[in-house]
Design a protein around this ligand. Structure first.
Ligand SMILES: Nc1ncnc2c1ncn2[C@@H]1O[C@H](COP(=O)(O)OP(=O)(O)OP(=O)(O)O)[C@@H](O)[C@H]1O
Ligand SMILES: [Mg+2]
Length: 229
C-alpha cells in the first residue's frame, strides 16, 4: 500500500498573548491509501490542530507534511487551496451546512468551484446523496432535516468531489449513539467502496474502534499508534 500522507517531526506552536502553546511536538506518522484512521486523546491534546495541519488549513511551525511525494509545507497558499479543492473533503462537528441552501445545493457547493456543467453538478450531488441515503430530501433546508440527516448531507458534500482523503473532526460528537453508529457505518462504507482514506477525530472509544489505524495523542505528542492491516 502506498503512503498517502505522512508527517516528519511536525510541530505547531501557537503564539498567544498569554504565552506560547506547544500544540503539536515531533509528530511523525505515516498513513496508507485506504486507511481508516481514528485520532483520540484528551481535550487540548492537539487533535484538531493535527487535522487542520494535515489538510493544509494551518501552517506548521516545524517539520514536514507530505501528500504522496509533495511537501505541503513548501507549497504556496494557492497550491494548498488547489490541494484541498482536488483531494480533500472536510466534515466538521457542527455540520456547517449553509442554512439558506437545500441539501442538494449544499452538496453541489464544492462542485461550483470546480466549474462542472450545472446538470453534471446536479447528477454528482444526487449520487453522493444516494450514498448517504438522503436522495428523498433533496429540497429540504438544513433546518428541515434531523441532526443525523444534516450530518449525512455534510458527508455527501465532503465526498462529492471524489477526494482522496476525508477529514472529520468529531463527526458524531453531537449525535445520539444510534445515529453516531449510522454515521460511522456510512463513513466506513465510503472508505471501503469508494476507496477514500478517512481520518477522524473522536472522543468516543467505540468510534475509535472503526479505525484500522488508531492514533492516540496526549499533550501534543503521539503516545500510541496501533495499526491493523
Ligand atoms: N488559535 C489558537 N491560539 C492559541 N492556542 C490555541 C489555538 N488553537 C488551539 N490552541 C491550544 O492548542 C492546544 C490544542 O488544541 P486543539 O484544538 O488541537 O485540541 P483538541 O485535542 O482538538 O481538543 P478538543 O478535544 O477539546 O477539541 C490547546 O491547548 C489549545 O488551547
Ligand atoms: Mg478539537
Amino acid at each position: 500500500m502506498r503512503t498517502i500522507i505522512s508527517t516528519d517531526k511536525l510541530s505547531k506552536i501557537y503564539q498567544h498573548r498569554d504565552g506560547i502553546v506547544n500544540a503539536l511536538q515531533d509528530i511523525s506518522l505515516s498513513i496508507n491509501q485506504g486507511d481508516f484512521v481514528t485520532i483520540t486523546g484528551p481535550s487540548g491534546s492537539g487533535k484538531s490542530t493535527l487535522l487542520m495541519a494535515l489538510c493544509g488549513l494551518i501552517k506548521p511551525s516545524g517539520g514536514t507534511i507530505c501528500f504522496f511525494d509533495k511537501d505541503l509545507t513548501r507549497a504556496s497558499d494557492q497550491e494548498l487551496s488547489r490541494f484541498r479543492q482536488d483531494h480533500v473533503g472536510f466534515i466538521m462537528q457542527n455540520f456547517s451546512l449553509i442554512p439558506y441552501m437545500t441539501a442538494l445545493q449544499n452538496t453541489m457547493f464544492p462542485l461550483i468551484l470546480n466549474g462542472y456543467e450545472k446538470q453534471d453538478q446536479i447528477n454528482r450531488a444526487i449520487s453522493a446523496l444516494k450514498v448517504v441515503g438522503l436522495n428523498n430530501r433533496l429540497n429540504h433546508f438544513p433546518r428541515e432535516l434531523s441532526a443525523g440527516q444534516q450530518q449525512r448531507v455534510a458527508i455527501a458534500r465532503a465526498m462529492v468531489n471524489k477526494p482522496s482523503l476525508i477529514f472529520a473532526d468529531e463527526p458524531t460528537g453531537n449525535l445520539d449513539p444510534a445515529l453516531a453508529f449510522d454515521i460511522l457505518n456510512i463513513l466506513k462504507s465510503i472508505n471501503q467502496v469508494e476507496a477514500i482514506t478517512i481520518i477522524i477525530v473522536t472522543h468516543s472509544m467505540d468510534a475509535a474502534e472503526y479505525g484500522n489505524v488508531k492514533i492516540r495523542l496526549n499533550d501534543g505528542t503521539v503516545v500510541n499508534i496501533e495499526s491493523v492491516l
